[in-house]
Write a protein that binds this ligand. Structure first.
Ligand SMILES: Cc1cc2nc3c(=O)[nH]c(=O)nc-3n(C[C@H](O)[C@H](O)[C@H](O)COP(=O)(O)O)c2cc1C
Length: 138
């Protein structure tokens, strides 16, 4: 039997995280504004989405109140906008377990230089700059 010991090493990474490219999830805040959450644990199968969402995030809280969302798929030019939004949450105060790396941001749109557009199928706004915007109701 051949082995690959010369070229392969067994590792135990602290985070094992691969999958789909990032999407920006639009969800409806209680005040009627739309929150944006970068999410990559996401896939679509037919008319259903499977989204791996942290339970302590604003997106999860919003989806309990209003189970409608938009999956906005950015192109490469929006990488900078995602990076701006990445260290923020719509949860105020920031949960203890996120406090070291995240800050509260009520307006991620302005922070990322993104433009809200009314959606045709759902209540949360969609991101004008994203070339693909997938609205979904349950
Ligand atoms: C590239 C990228 C991918 C991410 N993927 C996920 C994900 O799949 N699920 C998740 O819950 N959070 C993910 N996050 C972290 C959330 O964006 C982060 O928890 C954020 O604070 C959520 O915002 P919210 O609390 O306003 O919903 C990702 C962040 C980045 C930058």
């Amino acid at each position: 039997m051949q082995t690959h010991e010369a070229t392969h090493t067994v590792i135990t990474p602290s985070v094992l995280y691969f999958g789909t490219p990032v999407g920006l999830i639009s969800t409806l805040n209680r005040d009627g504004t739309t929150n944006l959450s970068p999410v990559s644990s996401l896939f679509a199968l037919g008319q259903r989405y499977a989204v791996g969402l942290g339970a302590g995030g604003q997106a999860a809280a919003n989806l309990i109140d209003c189970p409608e969302l938009v999956v906005n798929l950015p192109d490469a030019e929006l990488a900078g906008a995602i990076e701006e939004i990445a260290p923020t949450t719509g949860v105020d105060p920031v949960p203890q377990h996120k406090a070291a790396r995240y800050r509260f941001e009520p307006d991620k749109w302005t922070l990322g230089g993104l433009t809200p557009l009314s959606s045709e199928l759902v209540r949360p706004d969609r991101v004008m700059e994203c070339p693909i915007q997938l609205g979904r109701v349950p």
